[in-house]
Design a protein around this ligand. Structure first.
Ligand code: ADP
Ligand code: MG
Length: 641
């Protein structure tokens, strides 16, 4: 090994220091776009134009109509650690601007050919500064600034090699624009790439601004299939839109979160959202959302990450809780009462009416779920707006005095036959002026309507004001049962599932292990609503089961629970009970496909869907019911064309 020689310690030249810093700040053309957009917004721009060439590697130009930079200050703007945004540590601790480190322009100019053109309101003309030569020249231009960045990494070939294809780099640049455009509906955005106009979003104001901008950037399907969050907590306010499971995606590419206006991908924030979606979105699906968190700037440190996409909250638990709670609440409300009246077909189906193209990634699911945001415009006949509880029938909705909810079949027994007349088929004659089932004083409005029939033992069909409702019977019931089990378990530390004793015990063949488990785990079984005793060396008797599951496949259910107890032990099962175990119990306990339900049973199920939190999707995130409107049916039959 050669002997180490001592080399002198030297201060690095300025240019090299900037190039080293650029390694952190400027990773690819999209980083340039983001930094230049930050600067434009910090300068109060109301209109921003981005031009790209060659995926942003050959050229990125950002033009704004902000305050501009004074000619004398132009050279300072390119210096390292030169900023107009903070002047003291105190400023840093409550920074309100997007930039504050004064390093972006210095970093960019060290790895590209950069020219700034700018004019302030006071100046009689504009000036340009060439970053390479330092030459300043007068130019004609309006108030504002244009920064032109050419040939990124031309002098650092090793870094240029790491760039991906032009198309990929351009996609990243466009994503950088989208992130800012969502946060600033009040700003007009124009994007050109290689001479083609890609995006042009006009400036928006008023209460619908954010919603419209979300539609511009993410598509109308996102807006139709999302719920508004508006939580005015003073310590941590959250507003924006959370996408329903119907607009979940295979990639996490529609997840936009902001802290005090700054786009972040923060661990605390992401984790809170994952938790909030846990119970409605299963499998590999990624939720979509656009959420703005506003907190006291002194309670968050934005100076912890080179590109500022991570932040540090002083009280991260508080932020986590506030965010999780309000998103969970928004997602859990049943949406049957939000059914739209007469939406254009294109909207229900997520189809662009002009091109016929669809804009949802997952159209089959995105289709046909009603828009939660349209209920306000609905007119249900006599100025009747559906409220969450419009059904007088629910005086007997099946909630026992002890709070226990009954299963479908028990609930059905509470309905007298005259509660549900046989359905009327309106307008068989085909004469115009089809008569909708107008609600009268006698007849409550049920958002999911009256049951008509069962289809192949799988789907339940119902007629409501807008047309036909199709329900996946098993999926819907499974969710309802699951929610019932959860709420019974949530009642306290020694909470147990409500039991129902069987009139005739069910005996079944059991393995030796199942019999041992049964003898050892009596208390855990009781907590889960079971009473199982040994009949012989090879058989067990099921004497009581969880009341909410009494409709299901009881032996399979008991076996499942015994297996769980054998695998994980009582402690683990009861801890897991909150989610997985209850969900699989619900699956066994829910009405089987192919079981014939009576009309009162079907109606009872519809009423339960309307009332149960999260009942619009099953435990696996699939929808439990769909609306097919009269308009859609008319189209099918070319009626009125
Ligand atoms: P920072 O944004 O952290 O201050 P930058 O290197 O991005 O650092 O910019 C340096 C300074 O140049 C800013 O503080 C600002 O005063 C000025 N500046 C940069 N871009 C613009 C712009 N588009 N309009 C007005 N001033 C700008
Ligand atoms: Mg900046």
């Amino acid at each position: 090994m050669p002997a180490l020689t001592t080399r002198p310690i030297r201060e690095l030249p300025d240019e090299l220091i900037s190039q080293i810093a650029a390694g952190e700040v400027v990773e690819r053309p999209a980083s340039v776009v983001r930094e230049l957009l930050d600067n434009a917004l910090d300068a109060g721009a109301r209109a921003v134009t981005v031009r790209l060439a060659g995926g942003g590697v050959r050229l990125v130009t950002v033009e704004d109509d902000g305050t501009g930079i004074d000619a004398a200050q132009l050279p300072i703007a390119l210096k390292r650690h030169a900023t107009s945004k903070i002047a003291s540590l105190q400023d840093l601790e409550q920074v309100g601007s997007l930039g504050f480190r004064g390093e972006a322009l210095a970093a960019i100019v060290s790895v590209s050919e950069l020219v700034i053109y700018s004019r302030t309101r006071e100046a009689s003309s504009g000036f340009s500064l060439d970053g390479r030569t330092g030459e300043i020249k007068p130019v004609a231009r309006a108030v504002g600034t244009t920064v032109e960045v050419k040939e990124l990494f031309f002098n650092t070939p090793a870094r240029r090699q790491f760039l991906k294809s032009e198309a990929t780099e351009q996609a990243h640049c466009l994503e950088a624009v989208r992130r800012q455009a969502l946060a600033r509906p009040d700003v007009q955005w124009t994007v050109w790439a290689d001479g083609k106009l890609l995006d042009n979003w006009r400036s928006l104001t008023g209460p619908q601004a954010l919603q419209q901008r979300c539609a511009d950037v993410l598509g109308q399907v996102f807006v139709d299939q999302s719920i508004e969050v508006a939580n005015e907590d003073l310590r941590c306010s959250v507003r924006g839109f959370v996408g329903l499971p119907a607009v979940a995606r295979s990639r996490a590419d529609h997840q936009y979160t902001y802290v005090n206006g700054r786009f972040v991908r923060d661990k605390v924030v992401m984790n809170a959202l994952r938790r909030a979606y846990e119970d409605v979105l299963h499998g590999q699906k990624q939720p979509s959302y656009v959420l703005f968190i506003q907190i006291d700037p002194r309670a968050v440190d934005v100076n912890v990450h080179p590109t500022k996409v991570e932040v540090r909250f002083r009280d991260s638990r508080m932020v986590h809780q506030a965010l999780q709670r309000c998103v969970e609440q928004a997602l859990s409300r049943p949406r049957a009462t939000d059914l739209p009246s007469d939406e254009p077909l294109s909207q229900t189906l997520g189809v662009d009416p002009t091109t016929g193209a669809t804009n949802g990634e997952d159209l089959p699911i995105a289709a046909a779920m009603p828009s939660p945001n349209t209920w306000r415009q609905m007119d249900f006949g006599a100025g009747n707006r559906p409220s969450p509880m419009p059904y007088r029938a629910f005086d007997r909705e099946g909630v026992a005095p002890n709070g226990q909810r009954l299963g479908v079949s028990e609930l059905a027994t509470l309905w007298r036959p005259q509660d549900v007349e046989s359905p009327r088929i309106d307008d068989v004659s085909g004469v115009p002026g089809r008569q909708a089932a107008t609600p009268t004083d006698e007849e409550p409005i049920w958002p999911l309507g009256r049951a008509l029939a069962q289809l192949h033992g799988v789907y339940l069909l119902a007629q409501n004001q807008q047309g036909l409702i199709v329900v996946d019977m098993h999926a819907a019931h499974e969710r309802i049962v699951y929610e019932q089990l959860k709420s019974q378990m949530a009642r306290g530390s020694d909470a147990a599932l409500t039991q129902q004793r069987l009139l005739i015990p069910v005996s079944f063949h059991a393995t030796a292990q199942e019999i041992v488990i049964c003898a050892e785990q009596g208390p855990a079984l009781a907590q889960l609503g079971f009473e199982i005793t040994a009949l012989s060396a090879q058989s067990l008797a099921l004497r009581a089961v969880p009341a909410a599951l009494a409709d299901g496949d009881l032996v399979a259910l008991a076996r499942e629970v015994l297996t769980e107890l054998a695998e994980h032990g009582a402690q683990a099962v009861v801890q897991r009970a909150e989610h997985d175990l209850l969900a699989s119990m619900a699956c066994h306990g829910a009405v089987r496909a192919n079981r014939q339900l009576t009309l009162p049973e079907m109606n009872a199920l519809l009423r339960q869907i309307e009332q149960t939190d999260r009942s619009d999707q099953c435990n696996h995130g699939r929808p439990t019911w769909r609306q097919v409107t009269m308009k859609e049916l008319d189209r099918l039959f070319l009626r009125g064309q």
